[in-house]
Design a protein around this ligand. Structure first.
Ligand code: CP
Ligand code: NVA
Length: 303
């Protein structure tokens, strides 16, 4: 049985991605009586960058489904010091049932997964943020119905979150337009529809989405070229009636979005944040359906 990593959306069969989302909707409906499907299982959570949502939602997800977590910052671990990725992966595989890791260096995360005997879940790299996009699709489905055929317009920087929208668009059948400054069009993944015209991108959109112009690790960067891509009321007015505003958070009000839009009825940012919890419960259940080193999974009986 192959190990179910959750690192790149494109590496996961689309039928499984759809099944994860269906289960996420179901888990949200049963949020006050969560099924104990991860009873006795443990998740290691490792971070090389700050986090509020990813850390809290994975921790609560594991605990509500009956599992346990252990959290470490990468600079507290031997990894990055004397210990190799291979050795770290082998050792963690003997202690826990899955690893959720936020690691800037995606190739290093993929190397960790290569050596791990348990699922590795991508908690964000400099290149991608798949758990965020699963929560975003869950949120779009909740507010607008099926995502297939909807127009999603992205504004601002080209980054880990927009890259994952690009990856998701053909898998989920939605139209995606990225409105970004001309100077960074070469950073947009091949095959994506990109424009420098924010108003054009907003026209007919069902979802307007943005993210910080300064991702973690880019502090000090100039904001000058991004101002035409601020999501404000004027831009929202060009979208379809009933269009929603999304942001993965944390946001910088009055930079990538005005306070007026962020606090408007069109804004679904806190549903989106809540949905990290429900989407990740389903991701964990999928990853751990056939894997694990726990006593329960091994069928051990004390009596
Ligand atoms: N959206 C998101 O990943 O938030 P955190 O950085 O707080 O985890
Ligand atoms: N693009 C942002 C996302 C944070 C959740 C960053 O990498 O900092």
């Amino acid at each position: 049985m192959s190990i179910r990593h959750f690192i790149n959306l494109a590496d996961i069969p689309p039928a499984s991605l759809h099944a994860i989302l269906r289960y996420a909707h179901e888990l949200k409906r049963s949020k006050f009586a969560p099924p104990q499907v991860l009873d006795g299982l443990s998740l290691a959570m490792v971070f090389d960058k700050r986090s509020t949502r990813t850390r809290m939602s994975f921790e609560v997800a594991m605990k509500q489904l009956g599992g346990h977590t252990i959290v470490m910052n990468m600079d507290e671990m031997q990894l990055g010091g004397a210990e190799s990725v291979e050795s770290t992966a082998a050792v963690l595989s003997r202690y826990v049932d899955a690893i959720m890791i936020r690691m800037s260096d995606q190739p290093l995360m993929e190397e960790l997964a290569k050596y791990a005997e348990i699922p590795v879940i991508n908690g964000m790299t400099d290149r991608s943020h798949p758990c965020q996009i699963m929560a975003d699709i869950l949120t779009i489905e909740e507010h607008l119905g099926a995502i297939e055929g909807k127009k999603v317009a992205w504004f601002g920087d080209s980054n880990n979150v927009s890259n994952t929208f690009v990856e998701a668009a053909p898998l989920f059948g939605f139209e995606l337009v990225l409105a970004c400054p001309e100077a960074i069009h070469d950073r947009v993944p091949a095959g994506a529809t990109v424009t420098a015209d924010a108003a054009e991108a907003a026209k007919g959109a069902d979802v307007l989405v943005t993210d910080t112009w300064v991702s973690m690790g880019q502090e000090g960067k100039s904001l000058d070229m991004f101002w035409p891509y601020q999501v404000n009321s004027e831009l929202m007015a060009k979208a379809n009636d009933g269009a929603i505003f999304m942001h993965c958070l944390p946001m910088h009000e009055w930079e990538e979005v005005t306070e007026e839009v962020a606090k408007s009825p069109a804004s679904v940012i806190y549903d989106e944040a809540e949905n990290r919890l429900h989407a990740q419960k389903a991701i964990l259940a999928w990853c751990l359906e056939n894997a694990g080193v726990s006593l329960r999974q091994a069928g051990f009986e004390f009596v």
